[in-house]
Structure formats: C-alpha cells, structure tokens
Design a protein around this ligand. Structure first.
Ligand SMILES: Cc1cc2nc3c(=O)[nH]c(=O)nc-3n(C[C@H](O)[C@H](O)[C@H](O)COP(=O)(O)O)c2cc1C
Length: 338
C-alpha cells in the first residue's frame, strides 16, 4: 500500500491538498472531498499571533465541517515564542496535524523573518521546530522550498536538522525562493533530499495532470504528492491521480462545472460572513475559469462584480452560453456543461 503513516495519522492515498492563502478554506475543501482521492486536507497559512484570538465559528480561516478530515493546520511564524499558544489553539480545534511554513517567498512575510527566509535562519528554524515538537504529540510537518539559491549541501543540512528536531514529514515545493510559477519545478532536488532523510517526503509544484504526477514521482522518488493550483482548477484531479497512479478504486462522479461552481457559492453564502465571500469567490474563479477556452471572460466578469449576486448571475449567463466545444481540455471523465 502506498499510504503514509506519521504517528497515528494515516494519509491514504498519499495525496495532499496544498495550503494556499485565500483558496484553501472550508468551501474549497468541501469541493475536494466531494470528488474523493485526497489523503490529507490543509488550511491556508495561519499567523501564530492571530490564531489564538480568532473565533473558529466565524473566522474564514478556521470554519470547518466535520467531513473535512483529516485536516492539517499550517502555522506561519518567525520565532519560537508564540508557537506554544498557537498549538494550544490547534489542540482545541482538534487539528489532525500541524504544518510549519518555511517556504512562503512573499516579501511581506520575509520582512518579519518568516516563510522561506527561515531556511536562511536555521538556528531560529531549529528553535521553532524544537518548541513545536515539545508542545504537541500531533503529527508535525514542515513545508519548504529549495532555498534561496542552488546549494544542495545547505539544503540537505537543513532537511536533516528538521528531521533531527522531530519533524515527521517534509513537503518540498521544488523551486527556489525567487522562481516564479512559470519556471519548471526542479523535482530532481527532491531525490537528493530523499537520500539524506528517512521521514516521508512529499513533492509539490507543477502537477496538473496524471502524467505530471507520474513524472514527478519517477524523478523525485517522493513518498506522496501535494497538489495546489491544479486541484483548484480541476477538483477531480485527486481521484484521477489516485486511480491512475496508485490504483485506488475511487468511485467516478460526473463532473458538472456549473454545479461545482454553484456548490462553492452556496458554501460561502451559508457559512461565511458577507465580507469574506466575494474575494474568495474571485480567487477560486481565477483558477476554475481555466476549464473554459474563453475562461478569461468568466474570470473578468466575476472579477469586476461588486456583489455575490452579481457574480453568480454573470457566471450563470456565461455557463448558459457555453457549449461543450467551449471547454478547454479538462480531461474529466464525464462533463455536463449545463
Ligand atoms: C494563491 C496561492 C497562495 C498560497 N499560499 C500558501 C500558503 O498559505 N502556504 C504555503 O505553504 N504555500 C502557499 N502557496 C504555495 C502552494 O502551497 C504550492 O506550494 C504552490 O502553489 C506550488 O504547487 P502547485 O504548482 O501545485 O500550485 C500558495 C500558492 C498560491 C498559488
């Protein structure tokens, strides 16, 4: 079986949803669960400072339904001092796993010494992991990039340090700090990391199809895969990879793009306060619209909407006017346009 076990958590299949700010929240997770094939869900990055004071019933970062399980919560911090309180909050929230963000390349995050900058501050990164490890018995993972620039020795030393301090699983987004998404991911570096640590290593970056998944696994030798933008665009990518790559029998479900979109809107309307809805719909539409040849038109219409109702109506008109021929090559088994 290809499943991963870290502590008492079984990740089966070894396919993980990526943390993505503004995207990986409850409504998206529900969409993913509907299709199956996800072994571990995630939140977006959560500031250790704000987390303990957020109200989980109304915070768009913390809203969660029971079906969203298992769920890993990702923490963003620049130092070890606040991690204890944040982990206490995660225990109260019944987190299934805790992930430490050591890969975010944003300048705003880096200014505070968090994200990928921690790979340049290994002593602080060590303190953060040691403190987190001391405060929780939950599975503890870290998500990194390849570093600031090519330096395999430094990268391997960093990964060994993480393992030595008690990290149970490592996810590697196979790009350097400044590399944009347009740059091909460097999966071969993950094979180098695999040589020097024993904990499960998850490969991430640039997986948009079953072919990408197969190639990434063969180049990296990774123990599992994490999908981000590919899964937002095509939520049925998880079961496709689970079936094709891991031979798992995930039941097939018809894919109706308008239905997926409507269910996403309904989840936002039902459970999120009004100010948190439209921005999240726009962020989702940016990727989801790629399923249509003229998807930029859908994205622009939703982007320029000033209310959920307006966005919904415009999207409805777009779907109604879209024929099967207007679909981009989605690769979905069964597609209903209307
Ligand atoms: C909009 C957006 C927000 C992101 N936010 C986070 C985040 O909160 N934490 C994190 O570790 N990575 C974040 N990432 C990076 C993704 O987790 C992932 O590493 C990256 O998108 C590459 O995977 P993909 O090619 O499958 O999308 C974000 C990426 C995107 C596109």
């Amino acid at each position: 079986m290809p499943a991963i076990q870290i502590r008492n958590l079984v990740i089966d299949p070894p396919l993980l949803l990526a943390p993505m700010a503004g995207l990986t929240h409850s409504a998206l997770r529900r969409t993913m669960i509907g299709f199956g094939g996800v072994g571990l869900l995630s939140t977006e990055m959560l500031s250790v400072k704000s987390l303990p004071v957020e109200n989980p019933r109304i915070s768009p970062y913390l809203i969660r339904t029971e079906r969203e399980s298992p769920l890993s919560y990702q923490l963003l911090t620049s130092n070890y001092e606040q991690i204890g309180r944040a982990i206490d909050a995660l225990h109260a929230l019944k987190a299934d796993a805790v992930d430490l963000n050591m890969g975010c390349p944003s300048t705003a995050v880096g200014k505070f010494g968090a994200g990928v900058v921690l790979m340049e501050r290994p002593d602080e990164a060590r303190r953060i992991v040691a403190e987190a490890r001391k405060r929780t018995a939950l599975p503890l993972s870290a998500k990194i990039r390849l570093g600031i620039e090519a330096n395999s020795g430094k990268l391997k030393t960093f990964c060994s340090m993480l393992e030595g301090e008690g990290i149970d699983m490592l996810t590697v987004h196979a790009r350097f700090k400044h590399e944009p998404f347009a740059r091909n991911p460097r999966w071969a570096y993950i094979a180098e990391i695999k040589e020097c640590i024993k904990i499960p290593v998850i490969a991430n970056g640039g997986i948009f199809s079953t072919e990408d998944a197969e190639k990434c696994l063969s180049v990296s030798g990774a123990d599992g895969l994490m999908l981000g933008r590919g899964a937002v665009t095509r939520p049925w990518l998880f079961p496709e990879i689970a079936r094709t790559v891991y031979g798992i029998d995930v039941p097939k479900r018809a894919v109706s793009l308008p239905d997926i979109y409507t269910a996403f809107i309904e989840a936002l309307n039902a459970d999120y306060r009004p100010i948190y809805r439209l921005g999240r719909l726009k962020a989702f539409t940016h990727y989801f619209a790629r399923n249509y040849k003229f998807g930029h038109s859908l994205a622009c219409k939703v982007q320029s909407s000033s209310s959920m109702d307006e966005a919904r109506e415009r999207a409805g008109t777009f779907f109604a006017n879209s024929s099967k021929e207007s679909m981009a090559a989605t690769g979905a088994g069964v597609i209903a346009v209307h």
